[in-house]
Design a protein around this ligand. Sequence first.
Ligand code: ZN
Length: 295
Amino acid sequence: MNDYMVRAYAAGGMVRAFAATTGGLCDEARGIHSTTPVASAALGRLMTAGVMMGAMMKDPQDLLTLKIDGNGPMRGILVTADCQGNVKGYPYENLVILPPNDKGKLDVSGALGLGVLSVISDIGLKEPYVGQVQLVSGEIAEDIAYYYANSEQVPSAVGLGVLIDPDSTVHCAGGFIVQLMPGCPEETLSRIEERIGKLDSVTNLLASGKTPEDILTMILGDMDLTFTDRMECRFSCNCSRKRVARALLTLGKTELQNVISDGKPVECGCHFCGKKYSFSTAELEVMLKAAEKKE
Ligand code: ZN
């Protein structure tokens, strides 16, 4: 699948909008994490939000992290994205099985339970900016909209969807975010609300062949909609031996010393992409010495 995102504005700049098709990257994540359908849907929705929210940052070094911690069987999800369409994520639990919800859909809200959505923007300042809201529905799109309204005072409409085939692979996925800038007239707002209220689900639209451009046109087509950017997006992990080694060191000296005394090589897997890194006892000793030297 050819995943991409579009950016647009409308109503003379009073409205900005993003839409994405992300079936390929959602299915790649499903394959990496062997997620069950409800977990694939939850992870895919948050990664789709990540692609669009990441694109709102300016610098290629900037990093956006979306984290959900919940009391449901999935326990949570972690997603990170940059502004260039690179996104990665993992579920805390991948094998969640739940009956469908009362609408006959995958019960993402039930999988996540009650909890908190954290939005962490690392834009090169001393401390990353962290915004947090309680989950209002656990269906993710509403939670992202609630985050924008409450933490950033930006009224937003968010749609996210992941359609899973009977063989548990991802059929299609995508979403949109429509945001009102300060000073946006009431009339524009109510028109947008009306359109979105009548809009079919994102997955129905994508499955019937509609593109991200089509979806934004359905919402904003008669409001001087202008597309400004089209960007490919992908599941991408930038892990390396060096990063994994650094993570190993955070175990602490005593723990590392114990591992070395065992005399066996240690294998560490990357949470995001599953890549395995092996460290021999000799390598661990060198790492420990270097860390001690630094102190
Ligand atoms: Zn990785």
